[in-house]
Write a protein that binds this ligand. Sequence first.
Ligand code: GAL
Length: 393
Amino acid sequence: MKKILALVLTLAMVLSLAACGAGAAPAESAAEAAGSAAASAAEEAAAPAADGAKTVGIAMPTKSLERWNRDGDYLKAQFEAAGYAVELKYSDNDTDQQNNDIQAMIADKVDLLIIAAIDGDSLSQTLADAKSAGIPVIAYDRLIMNTDAVSYYVSFDNYTVGVLQGEFVKNALDLDNAAGPFNIEFTAGDPADNNAGYFFNGAYDTLKPYIDEGKLVIPSGKTTFEQVATPSWSTDTALENMQNTLASYYSDGTVLDVALCSNDSTALGVAQAITSDYAGDNTPIVTGQDGDIANLRNIVDGIQTMTVYKNVSDEAGVTLDVAKAILEGKTPDGSLQLSAEAAYDTSSYDNGTGIIPSFLLVPWTVTKDDLQKLVDTGLYQWDSENKYLESVG
Ligand code: GAL
């Protein structure tokens, strides 16, 4: 059974990769096709959703970023393999659409909702309706704010993601010993995404002592999250912003040592701007997060320096553990048996209505030298030339 499911997942990923080509975000229809191939084949393989099976509604933000395609595929396959029926919707990064999509799932009487919010502040009314209908809600990856309808939050330790990026820079430049000064620019994420501030703060706090002592300098003067935020985590916006920064502050030959980017979609744009518009002959350090295939290629090619990897197959697995317990009438807590390492946290995430109990998985740093770690997860493999990584499933 497991073998069949693995084959199905492999096939779906191969299809989606073939459809989008390495590096590009999957086209909506190709990704959908791959997703439904996985879904229908997984149904056959696992024979789930017998009459009376519970249904889980899954709301993902967008197909335009590789990671959410993975999340949706892994969640759907894992829940179906566990015998649940799944309704999976992507909302094209449009908050109105996400509200409508979730309303439709409430109308369909799903038994539980798993939501990665587009805008953490825009779902209060819809989730009040979910609560009235007695539907428990798990906030997936991104915390949903200002609603008392969220039962649990499953994510990674978001502040640590930023700390890992900051520490990477600190070690790479040997900031404790080198004389410096070094020049750095920050690119942060979407202000509507509650995670984005955590990523920025984790990185900035780690580097702040060196900024304060003048060993790290920010020539653009853009030191706050608001000044460097990137709506929708858009690659194009990150590219444009970096081009502007380079034109305004680096065209006189000023050296750029580090472009600290909060995630891979922004790193993609920033690396492109550096490749096309940066005149210096050094290779700036570029950070990222997610391990998207295009960025893993850039890491091999030396255009990006590191990424913070988040195993979203594990994130889906822990979400299943928590959902299953809720649907069995239990109250998940630190004693819950989990399929992957995650800390049970009851102090870090207050969504404005109180602390939301959280299960936080562990992110790690990946560089060119240890890409094999990704292969060891079973989710990636080397291509036929043993040069770049591709998805397994
Ligand atoms: C964050 C997520 C990151 C990244 C980003 C862009 O919320 O935690 O992994 O993917 O969104 O979608």
